[in-house]
Design a protein around this ligand. Structure first.
Ligand code: AMP
Length: 183
C-alpha cells in the first residue's frame, strides 16, 4: 500500500515522498491506521523494518502545532537510538515545523534545558535523563498525549523498568501508548 491512502497531512506526505518512500512496510501498514484511529499498539519489529515511521507519522499527524508543549514522548534505551529517532522525526515533521529534542545522559544539561524552555513538541529520550530533567523541573510531561516505548525489550534488559514506570506515572492516564519490541 502506498502512503496516499493514509490521508496524512500534506506536509507529512511531502516529507515521506521526498525521502523516496513509495510503499508502506508491513509494520507501517498494520500500525499506522490503528495509531491514527487512536488505539494503543503493541508492535513486534526489528530495526530496519520501518518501525520509526510507523509510530512517528501518526504522532506527527496528531500534534497541535499551535501549542509549544511536550505532546509526544518517545523513550529509547540508548543515546544512539534516541538521536536516530529524533533525527527521523525531525525529517518527517520538517514541513510541519515540528520541534523535536533528543535528551540523554553524558551530555550537558544546559543545552537540553534551554531547548525545553524554548518549547518543543516531541521529546525523544533515554529514561534516566528524562527522570533527571523531570526532577530538575525542566521537563513537564503533564501535556503528553502520545507515548512511545521504542525497543522496550532492550529497556527492560538494561534495567530501566522502574524509571519507565515512574515516567509513565508522570504522563496523563488518557494518553495513547505505542510499544515496540524486537522480541
Ligand atoms: P527503521 O526500522 O525505522 O530504523 O527504518 C529503517 C530504514 O528504512 C530507514 O532508513 C528508513 O528511512 C527506511 N524506511 C522506513 N520506511 C520506509 C518505507 N516505507 N519505504 C522505504 N524506506 C523506508
Amino acid at each position: 500500500m502506498n502512503f496516499e491512502s493514509l490521508n496524512l497531512r500534506p506536509e507529512l506526505l511531502k516529507a515521506v515522498t521526498e525521502l523516496g518512500y513509495e510503499n508502506q512496510t508491513p509494520i507501517q501498514e498494520r500500525a499506522i491506521p490503528a495509531l491514527i484511529a487512536g488505539r494503543d499498539v503493541l508492535g513486534q519489529a526489528q530495526t530496519g523494518t520501518g518501525k520509526t515511521a510507523a509510530f512517528a507519522l501518526p504522532l506527527l499527524e496528531k500534534l497541535d502545532y499551535s501549542q509549544r508543549s511536550v505532546q509526544g514522548l518517545v523513550l529509547a534505551p540508548t543515546r544512539e537510538l534516541a538521536n536516530q529517532v529524533a533525527e527521523a522525526i525531525y525529517q518527517y515533521g520538517k514541513h510541519l515545523g515540528a520541534r523535536v529534542l533528543a535528551i540523554y545522559g553524558g551530555s550537558p544539561y544546559v543545552r537540553q534545558i534551554k531547548r525545553l524552555e524554548s518549547g518543543v513538541h516531541v521529546v525523544v529520550g533515554t529514561p534516566g535523563r528524562v527522570i533527571d530533567l523531570i526532577e530538575k523541573g525542566a521537563l513537564d510531561l503533564s501535556t503528553v498525549r502520545y507515548l512511545v516505548l521504542d525497543e522496550a525489550d532492550e529497556m527492560l534488559k538494561m534495567g530501566f523498568i522502574d524509571d519507565v514506570e515512574t515516567i509513565l506515572r508522570s504522563t496523563p492516564d488518557d494518553r495513547q501508548t505505542a510499544l515496540f519490541s524486537a522480541t
